[in-house]
Design a protein around this ligand. Structure first.
Ligand code: FES
Length: 119
C-alpha cells in the first residue's frame, strides 16, 4: 500500500503523481478516485500532467484518451492499456494498492470515492 496524499490535497479535477515501483497517477474525477500507471503506454509522457475529462485522461503528448476505470485507451495513438490500481481512503488520507493491479484490460472497481470517504 502506497501513501498518496491527504484527500483534502486532491480536489475534484486534480491529479497527483506518486512514486512506487513505477510512477502512479491518482485522479479525483468529480469525487471519484482512480489510480493508473502514470506513464503513457504509447511513449514516455506523464498522464498525471494530462487533462481530466470525466473518467478519462488525455495524454499531454499525443492526446490519446485513457479510461481511468479500465486503463483502456479509447483512441490512437495509444493501443495498449495502462494498469489500474485500487484506491483506498482511510482517515482522510489516500492510499494506492499497487499489488492489486491488472495487466489485462479488465475494469477494476473503485474501492472508495471521495464522497463516500467523507460521509
Ligand atoms: S505519449 Fe501518450 S499518446 Fe503519445
Amino acid at each position: 500500500m502506497i501513501s498518496a496524499c491527504d484527500l483534502a490535497d486532491l480536489p475534484p479535477g486534480e491529479s497527483v503523481r506518486i512514486q512506487a515501483d513505477v510512477p502512479i497517477a491518482v485522479f479525483n474525477s468529480d469525487g471519484d478516485l482512480y489510480a493508473i500507471d502514470d506513464t503513457c503506454s504509447h511513449q514516455d509522457a506523464s498522464l498525471s500532467d494530462g487533462w481530466l475529462e470525466g473518467c478519462f485522461v488525455e495524454c499531454p503528448l499525443h492526446a490519446a484518451l485513457f479510461d481511468l476505470r479500465t486503463g483502456m485507451p479509447s483512441c490512437l495513438p495509444a493501443k495498449k492499456p495502462v494498469r489500474t490500481h485500487v484506491v483506498l481512503v482511510h482517515d482522510g488520507h489516500i492510499y494506492v494498492d499497487t499489488s492489486s493491479h491488472e495487466r489485462t484490460p479488465v475494469a477494476e472497481p473503485v474501492e472508495a470515492s471521495a464522497s463516500e470517504a467523507v460521509a
